[in-house]
Design a protein around this ligand. Structure first.
Ligand SMILES: *Cc1c(COP(=O)(O)O)cnc(C)c1O
Length: 362
């Protein structure tokens, strides 16, 4: 078999090796089904068991109460930028957004097609190096919800505490940190996450939504595939669900449970992140621009002194078995995404390489 590299991709991203091996074992024939998960009917008992298990496991991991529906949908994080306003607000209604990064901005732009999507605060002027603080009184009184992006994948920042949102329902895109740190579901009316960051392969989006906040009926123009209600009523199977992606994410959920749950994932991610941040902060060669109290424990961004050195870093990292370390084009520089599937060993290998590179190039 080809050698697997240390993979710091932002998404699709590294999965736990045990999960890949389990999938490999079952790929030709899922036990008792006579075929692969990719080949079975989503209406079969085997598949019903797979999706039920995945949902039950996620509910245990995040302590999700019965007042919330758990949906496994298609359309990615971007699909939710559209579905959230169309299912929580009528056309023209006011909604509120904190713009703390690129995806938060895209969510707001999509909501602005539907209604009056007010930007309550933004850190755009600093190229998103911090999480803007707000007071509940900054939110329009008639806003149907306040939307935040919990972890800014591209800029490496995160909400380490809830915004002051008063009585306005809170909606969060936790795509790049769900199950990577503890998130109290009861603090939110809706949480969503694209699986390809920290949960599984691409193709599935988790939506955890308080059933009472979903409009019923929604405005008539909302396409059926963009409505939560039919998916809630049909256990995410109003139409064919992303079967393989749900199966794989279910294996990841089982893996997280076996490791000790989200608390344990958070503990490990904090150790991995601290090792990188401590080294970067002590170095005059590397830099991280994010306000310390707002730094992400799943996406660590950093720079080296020049564009030439950035390219050299990426190329030599690859020779050292370290891949997908280049930063997003909006920030440049470098980024280590250190999700649950990225081991301590991988982070140690990256740190060793960073030290060597600094010595040779300073
Ligand atoms: C990647 C990402 C998205 C976009 O996800 P797609 O599945 O590509 O639509 C949205 N929000 C956050 C925080 C992300 O990291």
């Amino acid at each position: 078999m080809e050698k697997r590299s240390y993979n710091f991709a932002a998404g699709p991203s590294a999965l736990p090796l045990e999960v890949l091996k389990q999938a490999q074992q079952d790929i030709l024939c899922y036990p008792g089904a006579g075929c692969s998960v990719m080949e079975m009917s989503h209406r079969s008992q085997s598949y019903q068991d797979i999706i039920d298990r995945a949902e039950a496991s996620l509910r245990r991991l995040m302590n999700i109460g019965d007042e919330y529906a758990v949906l496994f949908l298609q359309g990615g994080g971007t699909g939710q930028f559209s579905m959230v306003p169309m299912n929580l607000a009528h056309r023209g209604d006011t909604t509120a957004y904190i713009v703390s990064g690129n995806f938060a901005g895209k969510a707001q732009q999509e909501a602005a097609r539907w209604g009056n999507a007010v930007i309550v605060a933004s850190s755009k002027e600093s190229n998103f190096t911090y999480i803007p603080k707000i007071k509940a009184s900054d939110i329009p009184a008639d806003a149907k919800y306040l939307h935040i992006c919990g972890n800014n994948t591209i800029f490496g920042s995160t909400f380490n505490s809830l915004p002051d949102h008063g009585k306005t329902p809170l909606v969060a895109d936790w795509s790049s940190a769900l199950l990577g740190k503890e998130v109290n579901v009861n603090d939110y009316d809706l949480i969503y996450a694209g699986a390809q960051k920290n949960l599984g392969p691409a193709g599935m989006t988790v939506v955890i939504v308080k059933k009472s906040i979903v409009l019923d009926p929604v405005d008539d123009v909302v396409p059926i595939i963009m409505r939560y209600k039919p998916q809630i009523d049909n256990g995410s199977m109003y139409n064919t669900p992303p079967c393989w992606s749900i199966y794989m994410s279910g294996l990841v959920f089982d893996w997280v449970e076996a490791q000790g749950g989200v608390k344990e994932m958070e503990r490990r991610n904090k150790i991995k992140a601290a090792a990188l941040y401590d080294y970067i902060d002590a170095s005059a060669f590397y830099n991280n621009p994010v306000a310390k109290e707002d730094r992400s424990i799943t996406n660590v961004v950093f720079t080296v002194p020049s564009k030439e050195l950035t390219d050299k870093f990426v190329a030599e990292a690859k020779e050292n078995n370290i891949i997908n370390i280049k930063g997003h084009k909006l920030v440049g520089g470098l980024r280590a995404s250190i999700y649950n599937g990225v081991s301590q060993e991988a982070v140690s290998a990256l740190l060793d390489f960073m030290k060597k590179f600094e010595k040779e190039n300073q």
